[in-house]
Design a protein. Structure first.
Lengths: 942, 301
């Protein structure tokens, strides 16, 4: 229709001065009548009364001779029919025009009008062909291509429509009509499922926004395409479409900028006209166009401002695309933006739910839980409230926050009785309790599950877990019974192989070792390819070891290590086999086993430990030089990798072999050589230096630091603590924490801590804790940081750090960590908890020594601080009587014991105690001796 | 056209010919000049607008060469305080310098920027001058070369004299970058947060989030760093120059969180989509590290 209006306007303009028509009228008719009809026809056309125009113009034709030059009359008549609309007559009139005036001034317009009329009659094929015939005329090319494309589209010929519009639009959008065609083309690409081309054309349109008359249409197309692609699972492509959609504010701002630019252009023209009045005429026409564009632009802006805000729905679509395209972190950002920007609950509810799902998916359990709580608070009856409730517990469980999971699942089970996931939550509650070691409570939950949901989807696992809860709770007989019940109820169940293994575990617990061995054999026959085979073989080894069938046990452990599905089982089996072989003195066996392991799994984290054992075996076999070479070769391979903890173990071993050769150097009696025949011994540091020089050549800073560490180890073996400390300090001075391995970070940190260089030590400990959380020595970091916190009187933080070391990362510093906890608890006056800790330390045989003396002393302090003097004194006296080797604690214990006597008013016993301290010559240099002397003077005994 | 304009500017002053410059000499000068060769629009505070062929600063006055009635050109002075804005055409050297910086060729970029700073420096307090943008580019180049003291001095100058609030905001972001280089990451994050609160421009926000992400990564707040880096591809996709840094940073954050698959994917994307970026060598090294970590963490069977 737009096309026709243009035609009409042009026709009207063409006829305003057509006196020529009148002059050419036939001689047989009176001229005034024709003129009157002509004027009436033209006036009616211009006023939009096409019926009247038709009647009048027909009169002109009827009254004019056949050869009269009334070309504009025919054209206007055709246009009038078109506008009525009477397309058939319009077509026939325009055809007459074409026949009568083949070289007429409006032949192209007539052809376009015929095509357009056919289009309007629904004769799309004919219209398309007619438009196609006009494509070569530059003046109408863009218009007819656009119309032709539309005709093919309506005719249900999208391929032809696409081909036509591509001729219009490609290679670039350069006019309003091409932009219009591009929108249709994009829509057609979308319908054909050609997402890539649709997106490409959308992006092109987006870059030529100034040519788009109706940005809203662009937005609609982008949303429609995006939604189609989304439905077809093409999330990235869908997102690309949604990204083309312009935000409401952006469109408005764009439109305002456009208006501003037009206004500026107009202003500049006016300024230029003032300077060059001679060129005013040229500017007048341009300014007129600018004024029209400004008016149109203002109208469009008004319409845009009335549009509802669609930004939230687009953002939400983009967030969903990210989520489903497995880009959860990106989804999080967009959901968050929706939540931050749009308070409308209709938008907020799904966005909140989307965000909590995304948080759960990326593993941010705390944030996910918080989102669940926010959701449940804001939308307790929301469409996703049940899912949010379930997730609040499930997420905690997944994040190993078992206590948190228990709390949440309990809460949801009581507040959402209609939650359809109740069955699963009951089951998960059992798991949460099980994982906390609350086997009794877990058992109760599983039993309740069996009662409430006997046919539930987790019924089989619940039955199995009932047995597991009994087993882990130490009720072996019940466990055995339940496992057998499970096996009877689910003979083909998913836990059958494991349940049978657990039955064997029960037999082992009942010390029925022969049964264990035969059951393991039977199990292996039935499940020879089961990943649990490694565990079963290790259990068989345990039973054989218990029966002292050591060779059989070693064989079982060796097979277990090869079949192990996890590093835990592998390490257990390998090192159990090594321990037994060591007891048997079969070093060749140890060597062979570990060599095979290294060969089969050269990249396994335990390789370095295996090499340590091989080295030991070679030494025991008298092959000291071979051992050194072998260790050095392995060190060379791994020395640049800071995360290989065991490299330090090998370096220590190498340092020890170089430093203490007199004790260990071969040859053993079995080897047949003799000490007398041995070559002269090289100087230890020089020898170690030669090895290190070889392994470190051209290596990184980690390797260089490790060389120094090896030298420090040599100093340690040679009992040169000053030298050892000097070298460790050298490491601190020369290297960045990032270059150091976990063992070195811990060792150097400890030296700095002892020297009260807290800031430097903290950097090393922090690096260890942050970058090596899986290291076996990471507890050094928490102990070191804990000691610093204690020194700074930040007892709460100290307790937290020490507890972290004991509970989460128990390692070689477990004793120091436990003592640290005791010290922090005592400082916080949590006497009962502190007492438990110190009693525990004092009772551990392996820790006997300074730690015991300190613990007994601390137990005295705990009593003393509560005013329980006799109990306190008993502990202090126990220290100086039973732990005399630990002089610092003995000295302190004397003083505290004497003070306690004074508190109790037993002055003479206090005096005796002070004097006893002074009689002990080993305590003469202690500050406490001075203190005792002064106190005796005060008491008149000096 | 360039030659003609320059000839006119050189040969006409006050509406009469004052000199004749040989053509060859004029061309040479034109090539070396950092001043604009195209018209500038001067907007006066009283609402008047005029087109000047060239402008120069003379004390508190801006001297504009304009066409005069009856042909020729003349120079007219306008007090700076009466000028609302001068629309200078964007200097081509600025884009070239930015491209050079993106390729890590800071020294060459500075050589291009210095004459630009010198010319536009005389208009630095006038809105529309390109001094702020040139100064920002030079700060980036200086930071790339770790000439932090010079960068800080230019940042201070920019904050003090720039007529462009966006440029002042970006100067604060550059300051944050300098602080980060000195390991003062908490302070850097604080400055970035201020800019993020105050700005609405996507260029500024994208740069600020990237800078904040660098500091968060250094502070080992890996998930926060990742989210900050991802803002560039998610919300500021048009800021393509920041994409390589954002991708490299997000890969590092993924790797630190043991999400090695994502780290690898992002590094490959960076190497494929931005092969000329200065971050590629770092990305290759990071990729090797990530692959080594992945091999180490792979189950033994």
């Amino acid at each position: 229709m737009r096309l026709l209006l243009i035609l009409s306007l042009r026709v009207a303009l063409a006829l305003t001065s057509s006196a020529l028509v009148v002059r050419a009228a036939g001689e047989g008719e009176t001229e005034p009548a024709i003129v009157a009809f002509y004027n009436e026809g033209m006036a009616s056309f211009q006023s939009g009364d096409y019926k009247k125009a038709v009647d009048a113009l027909l009169q002109v034709i009827e009254r004019s001779p056949a050869d009269a030059p009334i070309e504009p009359v025919y054209f206007t008549l055709g246009s009038s029919y078109f506008n009525l609309p009477d397309y058939e007559k319009a077509i026939s009139t325009f055809k007459t025009y074409q026949t009568k005036y083949p070289r007429g001034s409006r032949t192209t317009d007539a052809a376009v009008a015929i095509a357009q009329a056919n289009f309007s009659l629904g004769k799309f094929d004919e219209a398309a062909e007619l438009f196609a015939a006009l494509e070569s005329i530059p003046a109408v090319r863009e218009r007819v291509l656009l119309a032709q494309g539309e005709a093919y589209k309506r005719a249900g010929k999208p391929d032809k429509a696409i081909a036509t519009l591509e001729r219009l639009v490609l290679p670039e959008i350069k006019s309003r009509l091409t932009a219009q065609g591009a929108l249709t083309l994009g829509s057609l690409y979308g319908q054909k499922g050609d997402g890539a081309r649709a997106i490409s054309i959308l992006r092109q349109i987006g870059q030529k926004l100034s040519l788009v008359d109706n940005v809203v249409r662009l937005n609609s197309l982008a949303v429609e395409l995006g939604d189609n692609l989304f439905e077809n699972g093409k999330y990235k492509e869908a997102m690309a479409c949604f990204r083309v959609v312009r935000e409401r504010a952006e469109i408005i701002s764009f439109q305002k900028d456009r208006l501003g630019a037009l206004q500026k252009h107009l202003t500049q023209n006016l300024a230029a006209m003032q300077i060059n009045p001679g060129q005013a005429a040229q500017f007048l026409s341009q300014n007129n166009d600018l004024r029209i564009a400004l008016e149109e632009g203002k109208t469009l802006l008004g319409e845009l401002e009335k549009l509802p805000n669609f930004d939230s729905s687009i953002l939400f679509r983009i967030a969903n695309c990210y989520f489903l395209a497995e880009k959860k972190w990106e989804a999080l950002l967009v959901y968050q933006k929706v939540l931050d920007t749009f308070p409308d609950p209709a938008v907020r509810e799904p966005a909140l739910f989307g965000q909590l799902l995304a948080e759960a998916e990326v593993g941010r359990a705390l944030q996910a839980q918080a989102m669940c709580e926010t959701y449940l608070k804001e939308f307790p009856e929301g469409p996703n409230a049940f899912a949010a409730g379930y997730l609040s517990g499930a997420v905690a469980l997944q994040a190993a926050d078992f206590a948190g999971a228990e709390t949440r699942l309990n809460s949801i089970l009581s507040t959402q009785p209609a939650n359809p996931r109740r069955e699963e939550m009951r089951f998960l509650l059992g798991n949460a309790k099980f994982m906390q070691g609350k086997y009794e409570e877990a058992l109760a939950e599983y039993l309740r599950y069996q009662k409430d949901f006997s046919k539930g989807p987790n019924a089989e696992e619940a039955a199995y877990r009932v047995g597991m809860a009994h087993l882990f709770g130490g009720r072996i007989e019940e466990a055995l019974m339940q496992m057998n019940t499970y096996l009877q109820a689910y003979p083909k169940g998913q836990f059958v192989s494991d349940a049978k293994y657990r039955v064997v575990v029960c037999e082992y617990a009942a010390q029925s070792y022969e049964d264990v061995i035969s059951s393991c054999v039977a199990w292996e026959k039935q499940y020879s390819d089961d990943p649990q085979l490694g565990e079963v073989l290790a259990l068989r080894g345990d039973a054989q070891a218990a029966l002292n069938r050591l060779d059989d046990a070693v064989a079982s452990y060796t097979r277990s290590s090869k079949a192990a599905a996890t590093d835990e089982v592998l390490n257990y089996a390998l090192f159990e086999a090594a321990k037994i072989s060591q007891k048997q003195g079969k070093w060749d066996q140890i060597s062979k086993m570990f060599e095979e392991f290294v060969k089969e799994k050269p990249e396994h984290p335990s390789v370095v430990s295996a090499v340590y054992w091989i080295g030991r075996a070679r030494v025991r076999e008298g092959k000291v030089e071979e051992a050194k070479q072998f260790i050095a070769t392995t060190v060379e391979r791994f020395i640049e990798e800071p995360k290989r903890d065991a490299v330090e173990q090998l370096l220590s071993q190498l340092a020890q072999l170089c430093g203490t050769k007199n004790k260990i150097r071969g040859p053993t009696a079995a080897s047949g050589s003799s000490v007398a025949n041995a070559a002269p011994l090289p100087e230890p540091s020089a020898e170690l230096g030669r090895f290190l020089e070889r392994v470190v050549s051209g290596k990184n800073a980690t390797a260089q630091a490790r060389v120094l560490f090896a030298k420090a180890e040599l100093a340690r073996f040679r009992k040169e603590p000053g030298e050892q400390e000097k070298i460790l300090r050298e490491i601190a001075a020369q290297f960045q924490p990032v270059d150091l391995s976990p063992v070195i970070l811990g060792a150097v940190g400890d030296v700095l801590l002892a020297g009260k260089e807290h800031e430097k030590a903290a950097l090393l400990y922090q690096q260890l804790a942050d970058e090596h959380p899986k290291s076996a020595v990471v507890d050094s970091a928490y102990v070191g940081l804990g000691e610093m916190a204690l020194a700074n009187h930040d007892h709460e933080r100290a307790l937290k750090l020490f507890t972290h070391a004991t509970d989460k990362f128990p390692g070689p510093k477990i004793k120091e960590a436990t003592l640290g906890r005791g010290k922090a608890l005592l400082a916080l006056q949590k006497f009962d908890e502190a007492k438990k800790i110190f009693e525990q330390v004092a009772s551990i045989k392996e820790w006997r020594g300074d730690a015991t003396a300190f613990s007994v002393y601390s137990l005295g302090e705990i009593e003393a601080q509560q005013g329980r003097w006799p109990e306190a004194n008993a502990y202090f006296q126990r220290v100086y009587v039973a732990y005399q080797r630990y002089l610092p604690w003995v000295a302190k214990a004397y003083i505290r014991s004497a003070e306690v006597f004074e508190k109790m008013g037993r002055r003479q016993e206090a005096v005796n105690t002070y004097k006893e301290l002074l009689r002990n010559e080993k305590l003469a240099d202690f500050a406490e001796a001075q203190q005792a002397r002064k106190r005796l003077q005060d008491l008149g005994q000096g | 056209m360039r030659r003609r304009l320059f000839l006119e500017r050189g040969c006409l002053l006050g509406g009469r010919k004052v000199c004749r410059t040989p053509w060859l000499l004029v061309m040479t000068t034109a090539l070396l000049s950092s001043g604009p060769l195209f018209a500038q629009t001067i907007q006066l505070k009283d609402g008047k607008t005029l087109i000047a062929k060239s402008v120069r600063r003379s004390g508190a006055t801006v001297m504009a060469t304009i066409d005069v009635t009856g042909g020729g050109a003349g120079e007219v002075g306008y007090p700076v305080e009466k000028i609302a804005r001068i629309d200078f055409p964007e200097p081509a050297q600025l884009k070239t310098a930015r491209d050079l910086i993106a390729q890590g060729k800071s020294e060459a970029a500075i050589a291009l920027l210095n004459p630009l700073l010198s010319y536009h420096g005389s208009f630095r307090e006038v809105p529309g001058a390109w001094w702020s943008q040139a100064a920002l580019a030079k700060i980036t180049a200086l930071q790339q070369m770790q000439r932090d003291n010079e960068a800080e001095s230019l940042i201070a100058e920019l904050s003090k004299f720039s007529a462009d609030p966006d440029a002042a905001a970006l100067a604060r972001v550059r300051l944050a970058a300098n602080l980060a280089r000195k390991q003062q990451h908490e302070k850097a994050v604080e400055i970035c947060d201020q800019v993020i609160r105050e700005s609405t421009k996507s260029q500024i926000l994208a740069e600020t989030w990237t800078e904040k992400a660098h500091s968060l990564l250094a502070l080992k707040h890996y998930d926060a760093a990742l989210l900050a880096y991802l803002r560039v591809p998610v919300f500021y996709e048009d800021q393509q120059h920041l994409m390589p840094a954002s991708l490299l940073g997000s890969a590092r954050a993924y790797a630190r969180m043991d999400d090695l698959d994502h780290a690898k994917e992002v590094l490959h994307e960076l190497l494929k989509d931005y092969p000329a970026a200065s971050e590629t060598s770092l990305a290759r090294a990071e990729l090797l590290k990530v692959e080594a970590d992945a091999a180490r963490l792979r189950p033994s069977r």
